[in-house]
Design a protein around this ligand. Structure first.
Ligand SMILES: [Zn+2]
Length: 578
């Protein structure tokens, strides 16, 4: 059963903070928590590398102290990790404001920092998130700033703890300002560099979770694997680079870090990577530091409109435009930005035609962003939200907390090229999970069958047939259509979407269209789900293992024995080709 602090994610999200749910958080705890009367701020004293390297220890505990060790972790990039909804072992003996039962009455926040003076000051983005998150929690429980303390202030005997190193009195002043509404806006890193003197747009700010063409270039400069996804390793390399340059190691590549990357190296050897190539840069075109001659013209952007152009069109909207009246320019701009959020297929759906698919995606965005009018029109408030969200998609759709492959195009009805790309990605993901060839063959057969031979990642039926299916968790009106089959395995039903939202960190429960427009996310869902038995409780290795290769009954991993023989034959065919 869930413990009582299940409000934590909503409260943090409502404060505009980035939140990642750690699987199992709702039922994690050392029993139930008492009444929340405040917050204790800690630092992890963990490793110098990574965004939240201590997360595993906070969940499981140490040999001398069983976990969980805090309800919340705070990453270096300001992401709040929700670890537990119950009581945690973080406080020990102490006293603050007369409260001596810290574990029962004070929420513990473990912020990632080594606790060394060399790791000081903390990244501004992390400190800002720390203050805002603590303020949001205090506000929720009806307490003032005096009810947050540092562990070193709480712990007895005095001197037992030294965390955190920053000035708690100043921290409480800032929390007070946030609670009073007198704090300024958060110190945002600009979404992109300023435009170049020649009028070209500047490079966008890159951060963890992004899959932008510039990521590969960044990876080449840093000498890390050019996987194209800004994952933990790239982030660690960015931090190391920033430290070497004497910059704040926040792991985010904003204008200052781009400039530092451009600067000619001093003494240090340049990491040798493959030479940068101009390819598929469909936004923020820029001059490469190493000229490539002859310069190949970049392919035209999807739908003939760059994201920057789409932002300009949206910024010009001064009044409400009902969806029925959108002109082609406005429609293209909305489609381009919704494509950047995977609410539309960036390749198929940016066509200037405001059809049902576009209006549906806009309505979903508008409802999620709580825009007035619920998506019947677009107005300057709505365009602003769309611009902001598409400039930093991870803040809106969530940042992956699992390793995803670089994204690739999956276009409606383009079977041949879809199959080639999909099979390659599915094999890569399954091989990384150490699946055997027969197991991989069965996953390929399932994907082939469920995607109508790689023609679609969206079930053709409307989904109305799933309405009210309690076994799928479809308890709300409209759930049938909203949670119809999507992805390579045709993930279906509110329960499955919730489970995969939690597991991946991507908000597919709230924004289910993402799953059919983000092919590599869909690859993760089918491989992980079949391997772990997420859909029916049956795992692939129960039927396909070293002792047997029961391709017929393996269908039970996904859907009873529906078309079991046909898919078994397809699996045999794939196995012969692997
Ligand atoms: Zn502590």
């Amino acid at each position: 059963m869930a413990f009582s602090l299940t409000w934590l994610p909503d409260v943090l999200k409502a404060a505009g903070l980035k939140v990642a749910l750690v699987e199992g958080w709702e039922t994690r705890g050392r029993g139930e928590m008492g009444k929340v009367r405040g917050v204790i701020c800690h630092h992890t004293a963990g490793s110098r590398n990574g965004n939240m390297p201590t997360l595993g220890i906070l969940i499981k505990g140490r040999s001398d102290l069983p976990g969980p060790l805090a309800q919340l972790g705070l990453g270096r990039d300001g992401t709040w990790y929700v670890i537990a909804a119950g009581r945690c072992n973080h406080a020990g003996k102490g006293n603050w404001q007369g409260i001596t039962t810290g574990n029962s009455n004070l929420v513990g926040v473990e912020a990632e920092n080594t606790g060394s003076t060399k790791d000081f000051p903390w990244p501004a983005v992390q400190m800002d998130a720390y203050r805002r998150g603590v303020a949001a929690i205090l506000n929720h429980v009806g307490k003032g700033p005096e009810f947050c303390c540092g562990h070193r202030e709480y712990a007895l005997p005095k001197g037992r703890k030294d965390d955190p190193l920053f000035d708690m009195a100043a921290f409480r002043d800032s929390v007070a300002a946030i609670l009073n509404g007198t704090a300024g806006p958060p110190p945002l890193i600009p979404a992109a560099e300023p435009p170049r003197p020649n009028g070209q747009a500047g490079r966008i700010t890159l951060r963890r979770g992004m899959t932008h063409p510039l990521v590969k270039e960044l990876q080449a400069r840093l000498g890390v694997d050019q996987a194209g996804v800004f994952g933990p390793r790239t982030e660690a390399a960015v931090r190391a680079f920033q430290r070497d340059q004497g910059m704040l190691p926040d792991g985010i590549v904003g204008p200052k870090t781009w400039a530092a990357l451009d600067a000619p190296p001093q003494q240090q050897p340049v990491p040798v990577g493959p030479p940068p190539v101009v390819k598929e840069i469909d936004e923020s075109p820029r001059v490469l530091a190493t000229p490539v001659a002859p310069a190949a013209p970049a392919p035209p952007p999807a739908g003939g409109i760059t994201l920057a152009e789409a932002h300009d069109v949206l910024a010009d909207v001064t009044a409400a435009h009902p969806t029925a009246d959108w002109d082609e320019r406005l429609t293209l701009a909305v489609q381009r930005t919704l494509g950047a959020l995977y609410l539309l297929n960036p390749n198929d759906d940016v066509d200037g035609d405001a059809g049902p698919r576009t209006r549906g995606a806009w309505a979903l965005f508008a409802a999620d962003a709580r825009l007035a009018g619920g998506g019947g029109a677009i107005d300057p408030v709505g365009t602003r939200r769309l611009i902001d969200a598409s400039k930093n998609p991870a803040a809106f759709i969530g940042a992956p907390i699992v390793q995803l492959l670089p994204d690739f195009e999956f276009r409606r009805a383009k079977r041949t090229v879809n199959q080639q790309r999909s099979v390659e990605a599915l094999i890569q993901a399954a091989t990384a999970q150490k699946l055997t060839k027969p197991q991989i063959a069965y996953i390929l057969a399932t994907a082939e069958h469920e995607s109508d031979r790689f023609a679609t990642l969206e079930e053709y039926a409307s989904g109305a047939a799933y309405e009210g299916r309690a076994d799928l968790g479809n308890t709300q009106p409209g759930d049938g259509r909203l949670y119809k089959g999507r992805g390579y395995v045709q993930l279906t039903g509110r329960n499955n979407y919730r489970a995969y939202g939690t597991r991946t960190g991507i908000r597919i429960l709230e924004l289910p269209y993402i799953l059919m427009n983000w092919a590599s996310l869909s690859v993760y869902v089918i491989v992980d789900g079949m391997m772990r038995g997420a859909y029916t409780g049956r795992r692939l290795d129960q039927f396909v293992n070293k002792d047997q290769q029961d391709f017929r009954n393996a269908r039970r991993v996904v859907n009873g024995l529906d078309q079991a023989d046909k898919i078994a034959a397809q699996a045999q065919a794939w196995l012969a080709r692997l």
